[in-house]
Design a protein around this ligand. Structure first.
Ligand SMILES: Nc1ncnc2c1ncn2[C@@H]1O[C@H](COP(=O)(O)OP(=O)(O)OP(=O)(O)O)[C@@H](O)[C@H]1O
Ligand SMILES: [Mg+2]
Length: 266
């Protein structure tokens, strides 16, 4: 269900997993691009000081101007932070390393967990008529990630198809529960998507089986294969759908987008 207080507002999804390198940014960029291909208007909020989503969508560091840092902590007009990308229908709130000090600066603020929530609910956001906002979280359960969970309606969890993948998930789920109890009772799990899946690898298949047995419907039907085109695309500043539209990676993200659209408004 959309935000009950804003029935026509965008659906905000935090892409989160405190484990590094599991495919958060890849999923945020490519799911966003796939939603855009379905005719939707999408904002990617780069909430990671690494700025990988900004780079992957072709925003050079010197072109980042105002960033997500200003969105959260500054008094900057939303229209100055949110940039268009080369892809029609896709916008970004870029990030730079500046964001690494945000955690510390936010602590002193009594609204510290709600800063991103409040920024994304300014009236000015309505001008953009976004259908979806995807937040690319950093690899931690820091205050930045908590801000994403408070701002969002749901959390989409990329799960790398490897040993120990499920262990980190319980910690993430605890944080989701905490946020639900304290700041955002509507927060749901959008779904768990298996990433870097290798069909020929027993371990991948085992992780998938365990995930489906333990988490049931929370696991998306779509699995994202390990696909070299996906890993090459960011160095050309392109989503895989534009880099190689017929690759297995592109098709998988299109299928994931269809599942996400089907869940919207449910
Ligand atoms: N399906 C895939 N097939 C092949 N390579 C992939 C795939 N998904 C991600 N990668 C590669 O794995 C690496 C990590 O992916 P990504 O940056 O998306 O992870 P992340 O969770 O955002 O990392 P971080 O925690 O550092 O933010 C990248 O080099 C990316 O290109
Ligand atoms: Mg990342």
């Amino acid at each position: 269900m959309s935000d009950p207080s804003r029935p026509n507002g965008p659906k905000i999804i935090a892409v989160a997993n405190q484990k590094g390198g599991v495919g958060k940014t890849t999923t945020a960029i490519n799911l966003a691009a796939a939603l855009v291909k379905e005719g939707l208007r999408v904002l990617v909020v780069d909430l990671d000081p690494q700025g990988n989503a900004s780079t992957g969508l072709g925003i050079d560091p010197e072109a980042r101007g105002y960033t997500t840092y200003d969105l959260i902590l500054g008094d900057i007009d939303l229209h100055e932070v949110i940039q268009t990308t080369e892809f029609e229908g896709l916008w970004i709130s870029p990030a730079t390393v500046d964001l690494s000090s945000a955690d510390i600066e936010m602590v002193a603020n009594e609204k510290r967990s709600f800063l991103l929530h409040d920024s994304l609910r300014q009236h000015a956001i309505d001008d953009f008529k976004f259908d979806f906002i995807l937040i690319d979280c950093p690899p931690s359960l820091s205050l930045l990630t908590v801000n994403a969970m408070v701002a969002a309606e749901s959390v989409l969890v990329p799960l790398q198809s490897e040993f120990f993948a499920l262990e980190g998930l319980s910690q993430l789920m605890l944080t989701v529960r905490e946020v639900r109890q304290t700041a955002n009772s509507n927060l749901r799990i959008e779904g768990i998507v298996l990433t870097m899946y290798d069909q020929r690898n027993n371990l991948s298949r085992q992780v998938e089986q365990d995930a489906r047995e333990n988490l049931g419907d929370l696991v998306f039907n779509t699995v994202i294969p390990r696909n070299v085109r996906i890993s090459e695309a960011p160095s050309f500043a392109l989503p895989v759908l534009d880099y190689d539209p017929h690759s297995k990676g592109a098709l998988a993200y299109q299928a994931l987008a269809k599942e996400v659209i089907a869940k919207k408004g449910r």
